[in-house]
Write a protein that binds this ligand. Structure first.
Ligand SMILES: [Zn+2]
Length: 344
C-alpha cells in the first residue's frame, strides 16, 4: 500500500480515538519557500507527498485531537474568504511571499479582531515583502527579521526560559542544552513582545554580547502571535518537547489556553546585559551577582543600556577577516558602564 494512504489511515484512527468535546482548531499551514528551502518543508523527491513538517503537524493535531491542518505551499491561497474557515495561521516560510496588500490587510484585521491567531516557525522571520499599509509590515507584525545565524545546525547552545512559567514554553525544561540553528534579529523591539526563551551565554560556547531571543509571544489587538526559532533541523520535529510546544502554541494562539503575552522589556534588558558580561568571559557566579544588583537599578538606564548592546550587532564584522575596531570601541564603552553600575 502507498505510504501516504497508510499515513492518512493512521492519522484518521488516532483522530477518532482522541475525540474531544471542544470543536477542533482549524489550522492553515503555509510552508512555502521563496528563498532558502529547509529540509522539513521540502517535498519528497519525485513526489508531491507531504513534507516532514506537514506530516508532523498532522500527527500532533490528530493525536491530541486538538486541531486539523490544511497545508499549502502557495501563499496566494490565503484570501479573506479562506480566513473565515480557519482559526490559526502557521508560517514556516522564507523570502518574499506572494501576499497581496489586500490579503495582508485582511490577515492583520483577522488577528487584531481576535478571529484568528498566528504561529511563526523558524524562518518565519526570514520572510518579508513590500507593504506600505494600512497596519504593519510583516516584519513589524512578527517583530523581527533574520540577521544571520552564528549558531549553525548542530551548534551546541543553552536555552533558558525567561519570566514566570508560561503555558507556551512549559514543554521544555527551564534551562536545557540543545543543538539547533539559531537566528539573531534586526527590527526586534523588546517592548512589543514577551520573550519566553533566549540563549544563555554563560553556558553557550559561541557567545555574543546581546540578547538572542528564541521564542516570544505577542498580543495584537484581541489576537495572539507566537514565534519560535526552533525547527530548522529535521530531528527537532521528532522531539516530543518541540511537538508539545507546537501543540501548546496553536492552542494558545486560538485562545484555548491562557498565557500572558505582556511585554517584558526590563527582563529582556537584564538578559541582554547578562549576555554582555558572559561574552566578556566573567565567571558565571560573578555574572549572576552583577545581574542581581542591576535588577534593582533605574529602569530607564537599563532599557537604554540594553538598546546599546542591541546596537552592537550591526557593528559585528560581516566576515571574520574584517576590521573589528568599530565594534570593539562601542563594546568597551557599554561594558565599562555596565561594570561600573554593577559593582558591589
Ligand atoms: Zn534554518
Amino acid at each position: 500500500m502507498n505510504r501516504l494512504i497508510l499515513l492518512v489511515a493512521l492519522v484518521t484512527a488516532l483522530a477518532c480515538s482522541a475525540a474531544q468535546a471542544a470543536p477542533k482548531i482549524r489550522v492553515l499551514y503555509l510552508d512555502q519557500s521563496v528563498g532558502w528551502r529547509h529540509a522539513p518543508v521540502t517535498r519528497p523527491k519525485n513526489s508531491n507527498g507531504p513534507t516532514l513538517s506537514e506530516i508532523a503537524l498532522a500527527e500532533i493535531g490528530a493525536r491530541s485531537g486538538a486541531f486539523t491542518v490544511e497545508s499549502t505551499q502557495d501563499a496566494r491561497e490565503i484570501t479573506p474568504e479562506k480566513l473565515k474557515a480557519i482559526d490559526v495561521l502557521v508560517f514556516y516560510t522564507t523570502g518574499e511571499l506572494p501576499i497581496s496588500p489586500e490579503a495582508w490587510q485582511a490577515i492583520q484585521q483577522w488577528v487584531s479582531a481576535g478571529k484568528g491567531g498566528f504561529v511563526g516557525l523558524h524562518s518565519a522571520t526570514d520572510t518579508h515583502w513590500n507593504y506600505s499599509g494600512p497596519g504593519q509590515t510583516y516584519t513589524a507584525f512578527i517583530n523581527g527579521r533574520f540577521a544571520g545565524h552564528p549558531w549553525t545546525e548542530g551548534t551546541p547552545v543553552t536555552i533558558q526560559a525567561l519570566g514566570a512559567p508560561s503555558p507556551v514554553n512549559k514543554a521544555w525544561p527551564r534551562r536545557f542544552a540543545y543543538a539547533e540553528e539559531i537566528y539573531q534579529y534586526s527590527d526586534y523591539d523588546p517592548a512589543q513582545v514577551r520573550a519566553l526563551q533566549a540563549l544563555d551565554f554563560t553556558e553557550t560556547p559561541l557567545r555574543r554580547p546581546w540578547l538572542v531571543p528564541v521564542t516570544w509571544a505577542r498580543e495584537i489587538g484581541k489576537g495572539r502571535l507566537f514565534h519560535t526559532n526552533l525547527g530548522h533541523t529535521p530531528s527537532t520535529w521528532n522531539d516530543p518537547r518541540y511537538r508539545a510546544q507546537l501543540l501548546d502554541a496553536i492552542r494558545w494562539a486560538a485562545h484555548r489556553i491562557p498565557g500572558s503575552a505582556k511585554p517584558n522589556p526590563e527582563e529582556q534588558a537584564l538578559w541582554a546585559l547578562r549576555s554582555l558580561l558572559a561574552y566578556q568571559g566573567l565567571p558565571k557566579t560573578e555574572v549572576e551577582a552583577r545581574i542581581a544588583r542591576l535588577a534593582g537599578t533605574d529602569k530607564a538606564w537599563l532599557l537604554q543600556t540594553a538598546a546599546r548592546t542591541a546596537a552592537l550587532r550591526p557593528l559585528w564584522p560581516a566576515k571574520p577577516e574584517n576590521d573589528k575596531r568599530t565594534f570593539e570601541v562601542a563594546y568597551q564603552a557599554v561594558l565599562a558602564d555596565v561594570l561600573a553600575r554593577s559593582e558591589p
